[in-house]
Design a protein around this ligand. Structure first.
Ligand code: TXA
Ligand code: MG
Length: 319
């Protein structure tokens, strides 16, 4: 049985984590599936519960930058980014310190570690109460749609984890931006809650990985097919059929069998916050009505639109 813990039960959630159990918790981006990052057995249980390949490293979460930088070696760029964006939806990949006590399974054996200080009061309270760094991937089965509510977590992981701490819906709705600072040029491994434009104000030009599968080599988790709903998804829809579900943006196309509007006002940040819930809802509604697929209207690449388009491309990729 997986316990659904109300927000007031942070102490109980922390106690479970210290005992080596898995506890899902809210962050500002998506729900994370937490375990003590120093405990190899607990971290192994994350990979097992998600069905995630163990070559795909996890992000370690900390209550503040000082705790994060005790495990990795920050340079001036990392310090400036942390000062500007933490707590918040930015993950930094940095060289692991020789004395780091993060289990090697958390970092999938790499000589770098991904670290982040989440910008959600409940996540920070949990990290402080647990007193250990938390390894936390998104709290969904590997390859599926990320969870932005406690109900989404239970839909995928009920019975596989000890508890989920309920903090209501996540505000940002797409995962953190992952920036690799382990080499001379900052490299964007995953667009996310902090825009590239905002990063560039602090560290100058940010490179994007080359190749058809963004980040594949540097970030083992950025496989092309990911965030996959059950129904096939097609992008850049300019028209829609009656036997299709529509993921709309702005004024919806006419004629769909079911509609979820990411943002009637055409706001990319609102679209990000409503993206994963929309994919889940259209998937269920489409199955119920016997629809053949989901058509997604174009979303402009401005602001969080960049991260939204990245997730949509992966959701639409061949499985
Ligand atoms: O918003 C988020 O980042 C959420 C919340 C829970 O914090 N977490 C999350 O974790 O999205 P996950 O495991 O679903 O995605 C982590 C990404 C993966 O693409 C992984 O490959 C990459 O970060 N990553 C982790 N450690 C890395 C490393 N040392 N080098 C390169 N990429 C790394
Ligand atoms: Mg994920």
């Amino acid at each position: 049985m997986t316990a659904l813990l109300p927000a007031g039960e942070v102490a109980r959630a922390a106690e479970l984590l210290r005992a080596g159990e898995l506890v899902a918790f809210p962050t500002e981006t998506v729900y994370g599936l937490g375990a003590d990052a120093r405990d190899g057995r607990a971290v192994a249980a994350i990979y097992a519960a998600k069905g995630r390949p163990s070559f795909n490293p996890l992000i370690s979460h900390f209550p503040d930058a000082e705790a994060a930088f005790a495990e990795v070696e920050p340079d001036d760029r990392a310090r400036a980014l942390a000062a500007r964006f933490w707590p918040g939806p930015l993950t930094l990949v940095l060289p692991r310190r020789a004395e780091s006590r993060i289990d090697h399974l958390t970092g999938a054996g790499l000589d770098t570690l991904a670290v982040r200080v989440p910008g959600h009061p409940l996540a920070l309270a949990l990290l402080r109460a647990a007193g250990v760094p938390l390894a936390a991937p998104s709290a969904n089965r590997s390859g599926g749609v990320s969870p932005t509510t406690a109900e989404h977590v239970l839909a995928g992981l009920s019975g596989r984890i000890a508890a989920v701490l309920d903090g209501g819906p996540c505000e940002v709705g797409v995962e953190s931006t992952v920036l690799d600072l382990s080499s001379p040029a900052p490299l964007l491994l995953r667009p996310g809650g902090v825009t590239v434009a905002a990063l560039e104000e602090v560290v100058g030009p940010v490179a994007r990985p080359v190749g058809t599968e963004p980040g594949t080599l540097r970030s083992p988790g950025m496989m092309l097919s990911h965030y996959a709903p059950g129904l096939p998804l097609r992008l850049e829809a300019r028209e829609v059929a009656a036997d299709e579900a529509l993921l709309a943006f702005g004024r919806p196309l006419d004629g769909a069998g079911a509609v979820w509007n990411l943002s009637e006002a055409g706001n990319p940040a609102e679209a990000a916050a409503r993206l994963f819930a929309g994919l889940r809802w259209l998937d269920a509604e489409g199955a119920r009505l016997g629809l053949r697929g989901i058509a997604a209207m174009p979303v402009p690449a401005e602001g969080l639109g960049d991260a939204v388009n990245d997730r949509l491309r992966r959701a639409a990729a061949p499985r």
